[in-house]
Design a protein around this ligand. Structure first.
Ligand SMILES: [Zn+2]
Ligand SMILES: [Zn+2]
Length: 274
């Protein structure tokens, strides 16, 4: 559809909607809704199509910026019923052997889905294809999931939500920190207070992708410090990331926050794996 045609539809649908409304004023609430809301919705869709000509990246419908609600809802793949109560990984014993042998500094962490299929593609676009707008549907999706598993996440009783900070040079190159964008939306949806600068990078680390478990652990150890702005003393904090792998990054964040006086740290990621 050419853009001028979309704009024509925008006005034509809106004008005909207004005329019909005058003629059917006594036709009841349903008619009013159909008369007013439908043209507005159509106009909004036409406008979105102008702004986002590709529409939803999965179904291609021009119903929203890059990812429609229906496709977003289908992205998550459930984990097996039995997961470690601490790290959230599928396990046969609770908590898992690794968490028993070496308890992490966080209380518990959960991912919404394994990193696979269309979710992996969407996250790849979110991170590497300049699609910060995906934060809105993905953040809403993560918030809905968090509400469903709130008993595993301290009943979502948190004083602050924060994100895993990115190296400044990497953030400048990308233009945004996808974990920050995601966490902002999720916190807002959950009506929780968001504080983006509780943590900062203390040292330069290699990207975790492609490293073995032990390498990830030593690479990320001591990577973060609490900024003290604001103080975290006595607070319960939720750290949000887009993808978690071994949990080593969250653990390093939790160590820094606990050292700064945080009462409890929990983690939440959109996907686990990678
Ligand atoms: Zn879609
Ligand atoms: Zn575990």
């Amino acid at each position: 559809m050419p853009k001028c045609h979309a704009l024509g539809c925008f006005y034509a649908v809106a004008i005909s909607g207004a005329e019909n409304a005058v003629q059917n004023r006594e036709a009841g609430v349903r008619n009013l809704v159909n008369t007013y809301i439908a043209p507005i919705q159509a106009a909004a869709d036409a406008f979105l199509w102008l702004v986002y000509p590709d529409g939803c990246m999965i179904c291609k419908e021009a119903s929203g910026p890059f990812l429609c609600d229906r496709c977003a809802d289908d992205l998550l793949v459930p984990f097996p019923a039995l997961v470690c109560s601490t790290c959230g990984h599928p396990r046969q014993v609770l908590p898992c052997r690794r968490c028993q042998m070496s308890p992490p500094a966080y209380v518990a962490t959960r991912a919404a889905s394994p990193l696979a299929g269309e979710l992996a593609q969407v996250i790849h676009h979110f991170k590497y294809h300049d699609r910060p707008q995906l934060a809105l549907p993905l953040g809403r999706l993560l918030a809905r999931h968090a509400l469903g598993i709130r008993h595993s996440l301290g009943d979502l009783s948190f004083d602050r939500v924060t994100c895993v900070p990115m190296l400044r040079s990497r953030e400048r190159a990308r233009g945004y920190n996808q974990a920050d964008r995601l966490a902002r939306v999720t916190a807002a949806e959950l009506r929780l207070s968001y504080a983006p600068d509780l943590l900062k990078r203390a040292k330069r680390t290699r990207p975790q992708v492609g490293l073995h478990r032990e390498q990830r652990q030593s690479n990320i150890e001591g990577a973060f410090v609490a900024t003290g702005k604001p103080s975290v003393t006595g607070l319960r904090i939720l750290v949000i990331d887009d993808v978690s792998t071994t949990g080593a990054t969250l653990d390093a964040c939790a160590v820094a926050l606990r050292e700064a006086g945080a009462a409890a740290v929990y983690g939440l990621a959109l996907a686990a794996g990678g």
